[in-house]
Write a protein that binds this ligand. Sequence first.
Ligand code: KIV
Length: 256
Amino acid sequence: MKTTTRSLRALKGVRPIVCLTAYDTVTARIAEEGGADLLLVGDSVGNTVLGLPDTVGVTMDMMIHHTAAVARAKPAALVVGDLPFALAHDSFPKLLGYARRFLQEGGAQAVKIEGGATLAPAIAKLVDAGIPVMGHVGLLPQRVHAAGYRRRGLTAEDQVRLLADAVAVAEAGAFAVVVECVDAKFMPALTAAVAIPTIGIGSGQGCDGQILVLHDLLGLTPQPPPFVRPEAHLHRDAVAAVRRWAGRVRRPSSRR
Ligand code: KIV
């Protein structure tokens, strides 16, 4: 049965929610068959598969291209497209246009937006327009040039800010919120304070669900973040497979 924003939201307090990134039909099928509830077409596609240094260079056209490829796998999991760098701060008509592209051209069922309380009014208007929104607070990779990749929620002051951000996003009508690299000791309080599922990445166990970049989980990225324990070593295994085949090609007497 197709996961909807409503069925996903209803999982809070019932069972942990499993989320993974997917960037194309192949990775969507892997995540779907592996049992993911939600597939995020993350703008991490930029640094994970497109060779960019970070997510800042990712554009709407790139995101639509990858979201449509994920949707073509026809997953039962909820497909969420990630709004690229700074676009949430455009005028509302433009923002609505971007969100509409994710649903109409990309085939996503929802849009993820990085940012907290300052974006709550825009999130509320998108939700009112029928666009389901997933929030994203804590470490915001799109702000790497402004704030770096530092862990969040380590001081009382930052915890108050994080709480305000998560509550504002939830009250604006988001159906779930990603919480990235927040102090694990603070996460149970944050999860208890919001009515929607918290989906953690590098934020410990006190979340309603977890999300990882699939390529990190599968051992396809050279240096996964320290909180990821790869469950496979596909880069190593793929290189070995290519070497075996290349060896057979170069030895004319061997079988191909
Ligand atoms: O872009 C992405 O993949 C993300 C996840 C890491 C949450 O935002």
